[in-house]
Write a protein that binds this ligand. Structure first.
Ligand code: PHE
Length: 356
C-alpha cells in the first residue's frame, strides 16, 4: 500500500472517531496545516522524477480535497446533533392548559380614561399627548395666565430647579398646555382629546400631588357654545349611564376661556346615601369654556375666523363618583386586594358599541 493510501485510511479513521470540534481541528492541522502530513508529502514532490511527480501529485491533491470534505461533513453532523439535543431539551407541551394565576386587572384610572376616550372618540375627537414637564410659556403664559396672575398661585406649581424665573420648567399643572402644542403644530380645524398626568402641590382625601385630567379642544370656523353644551351633556349621560341626567352650566372663570363655565350634574344626598341622577343636589365635575381669542392669537390662529371650545375633566373624580371609591389616595397605593376589588377585566375594552 502506498504512503498516500495508508495516510488516507488513517485520517479517515481518525475523522470518523473524532469526539468533538476541537479534535476535528487538531486532525485538520496535523494533515492540512503548514506542517501537516499531506503538506509535507507535497513538499517531497520536487525531488521525484516527472512521471512519479505527476502520479503522486494527483493522488495527494485528491486526498487533500477528500480529507477537507470529510472534515466538513463531520463538523456539520456535530452541529445537527447539537441542534437536535437542544430541540429535545426545550420541548414545550402546547396542550397544557393556561396558567390559572394570569389574572391582571385594569386599574380604574386606565378604565376611566378608556371610557372617556371611547365616548369622545365616537364624537370624532382624536387622542393627542404632550410632555409632563412643561415650560412656563406653554403651561401659563400662552394660556393667558401672565406672570403676576393670581391663578399661578392657585395652581400650587411644582417648579423644577435650575433656570431663572422666566425660563424655568414646571410639572404641568393641567393638560391645557397640550391645547397650545396642538395649535402651534398644525392648522385648524382641531378636534382632540388629551388624557394625561398633571401635578399640583396638594395632598388629602380628594387631592393628590399627581393626578389625571382629560383635556378637549375643538376649533373650527363655526364652533359655538351650543356645540360645547351638547358635547358635554351627551358625555355626562353616556359616562354615568343615566339617560336623563340633569346637567347644569354655571358661569365661572378661567383665563384661557371666555365665557367660562363649570359643569354640575344632578345627584341625591340623603341619609348618608349618595347617588348620581335626579335629586335636589348638584355636584361639580368639570371646567369648560369657549377658547379665549387671546389664546388663539398666541398660537397664530386668526380669532376673527376661528372659534373653539375646551374643557378639562379630573379623571380620579370621575372614577370615584362612578365606581364609588371613597378615598383618592388609594388609587396609588398599589394594594392588590384593592385592585382585585375595584379593577376591571383586561378582556373587555370599553366602547360605545360594546358598552362602557
Ligand atoms: N385647565 C383647567 C383646570 O385644570 C380646566 C379647564 C380646561 C377649564 C379647559 C376650561 C377649559 O382647572
Amino acid at each position: 500500500m502506498s504512503d498516500v493510501e495508508a495516510l488516507r485510511k488513517e485520517l479517515a479513521a481518525a475523522i470518523d472517531a473524532a469526539a468533538g470540534l476541537d479534535e476535528l481541528e487538531q486532525i485538520r492541522v496535523s494533515a492540512l496545516g503548514k506542517k501537516g502530513r499531506i503538506t509535507e508529502l507535497m513538499k517531497g514532490l520536487g525531488a521525484m522524477d516527472a512521471d512519479a511527480r505527476k502520479a503522486t501529485g494527483q493522488a495527494l491533491n485528491a486526498l487533500k480535497s477528500e480529507i477537507a470534505q470529510a472534515l466538513e461533513a463531520k463538523k456539520s453532523s456535530f452541529a445537527d446533533a447539537e441542534l437536535n439535543a437542544r430541540l429535545v431539551g426545550e420541548t414545550v407541551d402546547v396542550t397544557l392548559p393556561a396558567r390559572p394565576e394570569a389574572e391582571g386587572r385594569i386599574h380604574p384610572i386606565s378604565q376611566t380614561i378608556d371610557e372617556v376616550v371611547a365616548i369622545f372618540g365616537e364624537m370624532g375627537l382624536s387622542v393627542a399627548e404632550g410632555p409632563d414637564i412643561e415650560d412656563d410659556w406653554h403651561n401659563f403664559t400662552a394660556l393667558n395666565i401672565p406672570p403676576d396672575h393670581p391663578a399661578r398661585q392657585e395652581h400650587d406649581t411644582f417648579y423644577l430647579p435650575g433656570a431663572g424665573e422666566e425660563d424655568r420648567m414646571v410639572l404641568r399643572t393641567h393638560t391645557s398646555p397640550v391645547q397650545i402644542r396642538t395649535m402651534m403644530a398644525g392648522e385648524p380645524p382641531f378636534r382632540m382629546i388629551v388624557p394625561g398626568r398633571t401635578y399640583r402641590c396638594d395632598y388629602d382625601a380628594t387631592h393628590s400631588p399627581m393626578f389625571h385630567q382629560v383635556e378637549a379642544l375643538v376649533v373650527d370656523e363655526n364652533t359655538h357654545m351650543g356645540h360645547l353644551k351638547g358635547c358635554l351633556i351627551d358625555f355626562c349621560r353616556a359616562f354615568f349611564d343615566v339617560d336623563d341626567l340633569p346637567v347644569r352650566f354655571r358661569p365661572s372663570y378661567f383665563p384661557f376661556t371666555e365665557p367660562s363655565a363649570e359643569v354640575d350634574i344632578g345627584c341625591v344626598r340623603k341619609d348618608g346615601e349618595f347617588r348620581i341622577g335626579h335629586g335636589d343636589d348638584w355636584l361639580e365635575i368639570l371646567g369648560c369654556g369657549m377658547v379665549n381669542p387671546k389664546v388663539l392669537e398666541n398660537c397664530n390662529i386668526d380669532s376673527t375666523k376661528y372659534q373653539g371650545f375646551a374643557f378639562g375633566i379630573g379623571i380620579e373624580r370621575l372614577a370615584m363618583l362612578k365606581y364609588g371609591i371613597p378615598d383618592l389616595r388609594t388609587f396609588y397605593e398599589s394594594d392588590l386586594r384593592w385592585l382585585r376589588h375595584y379593577g376591571f377585566s383586561a378582556l373587555s375594552a370599553p366602547s360605545m358599541v360594546g358598552g362602557l
